[in-house]
Write a protein that binds this ligand. Sequence first.
Ligand code: KG4
Ligand code: ZN
Length: 359
Amino acid sequence: MRISILAIESSCDETSAAVCKDGKILSNIIAGQKVHEQYGGVVPELASRAHIQNIIPVVDQAIKLANENLKSDPDSYREVDLKSIDAIAFTQSPGLIGSLLIGSQFAKSLALSLNKPLIAVHHMQAHVLANLIDDPKPSFPFLCLTVSGGHTQIVLCESPTKMKVIGETIDDAAGEAFDKTAKLLGLPYPGGPLIDKYAKDGDAFRFQFPEPQIPGLDFSFSGLKTSILYFLQNAGKSHIYKEQFLATEDEKNKFIKENLSDLCASIQQRIVSILLNKLKRASIETGIKDICIAGGVSANSGLRKALEEMGKKNNWNTFIPAFEYCTDNAGMIAITAYYKFHEGQFSDLTVSASARAEW
Ligand code: KG4
Ligand code: ZN
């Protein structure tokens, strides 16, 4: 079936639109929001306002770029426009409610005015299915470690529309662990990509941070964060709180400045080992060897490299989405909607955005 879908993503602080035709992503436009940097985190009200400003130009650009890409094959070129689109997809949940409302109301208005079917998409399931955008694709069933700013999950994916969470964080998400420790190091938000950058020149085994012992396939990052906090407050003398080791603010800052690369590399190494040790356990328990990663933290170069190495050792087929499909993007919403379209999973106009999501 030849179908084209326009998809909209607005769950957090990226406004994105994508066009997908016959399961191929033709465009994936992403507008970030610089306004949050000065506050050290996403300010929900400001995010909603920025989505309102961005959404029409972003959709416009996505349709224009899709046509430019289609023109590269003049023989089969047929223009994509709002009238010829077969369905409108949007992120329904989970996310910031104000941000979700902008995307969902926009999508619903388009669907109503153009008389097109509407497809509501689960943001975390879409992160998993980002692995189905490019070739080679994983075979079902596969496991996906989904690591973002708000979630850390191991998902068992049996088909594009059937998946379940088999492990998840009991406190902070992996992205939060990166961002919060970056903040302790005095780095601006979002600190994950900066830890990645400085880690490249550092010694990952210079400082040893503890690996939590959590039963089963669940994760925990709050203990690691606390031990890094004490380590910095003690200017590297101890991981635990001891009054006699407490450094002055100047001593602490000097310690961070002189050891930034090694600190970033050691922190990144520990976060990555926590993630991959659980993923290995999940593979052993389920017997599944097609293993994917997804979500913003899957852009981390240490995680990507370590996954490939672990994959080689354990005979896994590993899959990592292209960078543009790792962090929040509408391409992953479009591909998820493509599979939902084939299964007739449409929503009516009463569907509403939701901050929390069931699986
Ligand atoms: O999936 P995403 O774009 O948004 C959410 O749905 O949360 O993930 C954002 C998270 C942030 O915590 C950000 O610091 C982290 O992904 N991140 C990274 C890297 N790029 C993005 N963390 C570590 N290394 C990176 N290269
Ligand atoms: Zn996300």
